[in-house]
Structure formats: C-alpha cells, structure tokens
Design a protein around this ligand. Structure first.
Ligand SMILES: [Zn+2]
Length: 328
C-alpha cells in the first residue's frame, strides 16, 4: 500500500504522509514521521506489518546509529548487536501500539501527531527497556528475581572460570582446582558472591557442568539471550569503578589544597593506588597492597603506610559504589 508521489520528490524517495494524516504541520518533515504516519494509518494488519518491515529496512543505517548510541549510553556490550536490536524492536512496538496509535484503534494519537523527534524518542525507550531488564537482573545476571535461575547463573560463571583457568594454565583443571579458582575469582570480582549464589562446591561440579550454557527457555525470547559472564556486566562495573577513581582524584585534590606546607616527599596519590588496585579487575584479579607498593616503587615507610590507608579508603568507596550491585 505504497502511494506514488505526485511530483518528483525533492530528496531521494522522500516518503509521504498518509492521506488521512493528522500530523502537526511543523512536524511533517521530521525524521521517520511520514513512514510512521503511513504505518499507523494502515488498517490492514498485514499491510501495516509489511510497511513496518520496509521502514526497518530503509532506515537501517539510522536505526543502527540510534542503537549504537543507546548501547553506548546504556553501557551495553557493543558487540552484542542482536540484543540491542531486540531492545529497539521492543521500544518500537511499545510506541506504535500504546503511544502513537489512536486509542480508537485506527489512525494516530495526539501524542504522535505532535511528536517531532522519533529517533530520539525511540532511543530513550530502547534505553528504558535496557534499564528495566538490568534492574530486574535479566541483563547482567546479578539479581535473584523469579525466573532468573541461580543455578544457570552459577553454571555459566563456572563455565567461564573453567575457560579462564584453561587459558591461564593450558590444561584442564582438576575438580578441586576449579572450585578454588572459581570461588577466588567470584570473591574478587563480585561484591557479594554468597548472595548472588555463584560460589561452588566440589559436589556442585557434576550437576552444574551438565547444564547447557544456553537455557532453551531464554532462546525463545531473544532479548533475554545474554551470556552470564562478568563480561556483560563489565561496562556497568567499569562505570562504577570510574566513578570511584574520579572520587579518589577529588580527594587527592582536596588533600593537596588542605596541605599547609609542602611535603618533603612526594605524596602517594589515592587515584593512582586505585588504578593499580583495579587494573586487572576484568580478569578477576585485584592487586595486593604489596604489589601496589612494588609497582609504585615506594620505599619510604610513610609512603608505604599511605598506600595502606589509601587502599582502606578505596575499599570503603568500592563498597558504597557496589552496595546495590547484585541487590535490587
Ligand atoms: Zn502524517
């Protein structure tokens, strides 16, 4: 149900509004508006569906841009295009069905008629759905909501540990080794591994490894397909760590300003300690106090003590930053 333009369009294949268009005149030329107007006014469901498909195809590049922006702002794994696209799809369907279609069933709502920046609206809605899933623990697998099986979460995290162990040692771990390696990794990288039920015992191993990594219940709903490894939660974690480091910098500056006299020695910067401490967190590793001292090459007792006290304060900041991590 495509209408041919009566006059040659000014731009390449400029889409036209539906003949029953009620859009506000000022919004007629705004992006995606004409196509969406056509879709909303089309009564035949099949035809509307086809128009929607055309819309997705024809605007592929711009939609990809919207998705990339949503991914970046929502700190989604940028490689995971399918998840991001399905969030966009979810957002689009919600807007079409509940906000833009007239309440009476056909035609457009007043909300639609006056909307002028559909890409931005869709981007915001996409991020809303990402946020909702994250809040419910469906995205990074850190919360124990009904339907989110702790068993699967544990199995996936364990599979990841096995992979990391094999990469590191170039061999298959013995059961006890895997348990030890895995639990150490979970304690190092998760705020509350007990509460998240990701710690394992030797007994767990048999039952857990028998579980396929991809839960068939999840694959039926594409938006829920996400790997429950720390990697996907990583952008979120990174964001909080960055905030902690920024706070350390602020405190360093505060200390510098509060100092009445110049120190004889170079003060140890808290932010530097934080950066070294967290450098390998993605691999599940946190530096020890001694490693930090070695790395900084500080030999003076006072400086070494400073590393210790900075570290203590950093831990407090981390606890605060990750307090809600794994809760909610
Ligand atoms: Zn219109």
């Amino acid at each position: 149900m495509k209408t041919l333009p009566l006059a040659p369009p000014a731009t390449r294949a400029a889409p036209r509004h539906h003949r029953r268009c009620e859009c506000d005149r000022d919004t007629l030329q705004t992006p995606w508006k004409a196509q969406m107007c056509q879709i909303l006014h089309t009564r035949d469901q099949e035809a509307a569906r086809a128009l929607l498909d055309d819309f997705l195809l024809e605007n592929e590049a711009e939609i990809a841009r919207v998705i990339r922006r949503a991914q970046r702002i929502a700190h989604l794994d940028y490689r995971d295009k399918d998840t991001a696209l399905s969030y966009f799809g979810q957002a689009l369907m919600k807007m079409v069905d509940t906000r833009w279609r007239a309440k009476t069933g056909t035609g457009t709502s007043q909300v639609f008629n006056y909307s002028r920046n559909l890409p931005v609206i869709l981007e915001q809605e996409t991020r809303y759905f990402v946020r909702e899933d994250r809040r419910r623990g469906l995205l990074d697998g850190t919360a124990g909501v009904p339907g989110d099986s702790a068993h699967d979460r544990k199995a996936k995290a364990l599979a990841r540990s096995r992979q990391l162990f094999e990469r590191e040692h170039s061999r298959t771990p013995a059961d006890e080794e895997l348990v030890e390696f895995h639990n150490a990794r979970m304690r190092a990288t998760r705020k509350d591994p007990v509460r998240q039920s990701v710690l394992v015992t030797a007994e767990d191993l048999r039952s857990l490894t028998a579980v396929p990594l991809q839960d068939p219940n999840l694959t039926s709903e594409p938006r829920l397909v996400s790997e429950d490894t720390p990697d996907l939660g990583l952008p979120e974690r990174q964001q909080r760590l960055d905030a902690v480091i920024a706070e350390c910098e602020r405190k360093d500056e505060e200390r510098r300003l509060a100092r009445r006299r110049a120190l004889k020695r170079e003060p140890v910067q808290m932010a530097t300690v934080a950066r070294i401490y967290l450098a390998d967190h993605a691999q599940g590793d946190l530096a020890t106090r001694q490693e930090i001292i070695d790395k900084l090459d500080v030999t003076e007792r006072a400086s070494q003590r400073e590393v210790g006290s900075h570290l203590k304060e950093i831990m407090t900041l981390l606890r605060t930053a990750f307090w809600s991590y794994g809760l909610s």
